[in-house]
Write a protein that binds this ligand. Structure first.
Ligand code: URA
Length: 190
């Protein structure tokens, strides 16, 4: 028995391909919807696609994605245990941060529906922007990473964005320990 409405998810993905609701569609090569297992209980949420993601049409396939995959492998979380996506589905020009209106539009039309369909037990939010859409703007990633928050039907566990770790490699152990905690939470409580 599958929990996920695959038809609903495919419909949403198709809608994202042709979406023109915000200005980001003008510069995209591909919309970037998801990768991983829609049946997974762990959703990993990034911010927005970068150069490689825009070309390939899949999230986290560039350097930050390689680091993310490396970390998951290191702690033995197999690819089929995760479902990976971003808040906004189109790459912002020059990799700038997505704007408030872009975040809200994409959340309302895509991410909120995706969450309803996937029904994750845990959402790992990578970095400030992904964390703040659930926990509010006053929450800073440096202060709350590694903590567990109940939000509606799922847990939010924020950690650093892998792109931040690429710029600050001495902090790699922190993200690794957060992921170990996430694994323990998943195995113990879910
Ligand atoms: N950074 C993100 O937040 N998402 C991606 O898909 C790639 C880099």
């Amino acid at each position: 028995m599958f929990k996920t409405n695959i038809f609903g998810l495919e419909y949403l993905k198709e809608k994202a391909k042709f979406c023109t609701r915000c200005p980001l569609h003008k510069s995209r090569t591909n919309s970037v919807f998801d990768r991983g297992n829609p049946e997974a209980q762990i959703m990993i949420l990034g911010e927005s696609p970068g150069f490689n993601e825009d070309i390939e049409g899949k999230p986290f396939v560039g350097k930050a994605g390689k680091l993310l995959d490396e970390i998951l492998k290191e702690i033995n979380i197999s690819q089929d245990k995760t479902y990976i996506t971003n808040i906004v589905k189109c790459r912002p020009p020059d990799n700038r941060q997505p704007e408030e209106i872009e975040i809200t539009t994409c959340y309302n039309h895509f991410l909120s529906q995706q969450i309803k369909i996937i029904q994750p037990k845990i959402i790992i939010t990578l970095g400030n922007i992904a964390t703040q859409i659930f926990l509010g703007k006053e929450k800073k990633i440096t202060e709350i990473r590694g903590n567990i928050f109940q939000f509606k039907d799922f847990l939010i566990i924020p950690t650093f964005h892998p792109a931040y770790i690429l710029r600050n490699p001495h902090k790699r152990n922190i993200i690794l320990n957060d992921f170990k905690k996430i694994k323990l939470t998943y195995e113990t409580y879910l």
